[in-house]
Write a protein that binds this ligand. Structure first.
Ligand SMILES: [Zn+2]
Length: 132
């Protein structure tokens, strides 16, 4: 019989100005900020993760701005992959390694493109809801 691990890592209160929720498709995904927890191994070898069944993104709370936005976008893309079914049987990202590679590269290139073209995000925001 496997011993139950009763230790559960607890999130901290969201640091001031940090998001606590992101809407992705039909889901409202909670964003939690927390330190690495060595008893549960949570966030000890990554900056963040997306827990599909819980609709939860957890991010380390001590990251610099660049790593923070990279991690949030990365985990949001995992939620998009899951929500869109791209990682289901027969999907192009069915293999975990394929999903991780695609999510990682798209995240890094998107952020690089936004950084190198600082007009782009404002342009998207300005035009996103204009249908005429
Ligand atoms: Zn990932």
């Amino acid at each position: 019989m496997k011993k139950q691990n009763k230790h559960v890592a607890k999130p901290i209160a969201a640091p001031k100005g940090e998001p606590t929720m992101i809407k992705i498709g039909y889901r409202d995904i909670t964003v939690e900020w927390m330190g690495p927890d060595f008893k549960t191994d949570e966030l000890t070898d990554c900056y963040g993760w997306y827990k599909t069944r819980e609709g939860l993104i957890q991010i380390q709370d001590k990251l610099c701005g660049q790593e923070k936005v990279n991690t949030l976008l990365h985990e949001a893309l995992h939620a998009i992959v899951y929500g869109s079914g791209l990682n289901q049987a027969g999907g192009p990202l069915k293999e975990e390694d394929a999903e991780e590679l695609a999510v990682n590269q798209i995240t890094n290139y998107l952020l690089g493109m936004f950084r190198d073209n600082d007009w782009f995000l404002d342009y998207i925001k300005k035009n996103l809801h204009k249908d005429k």
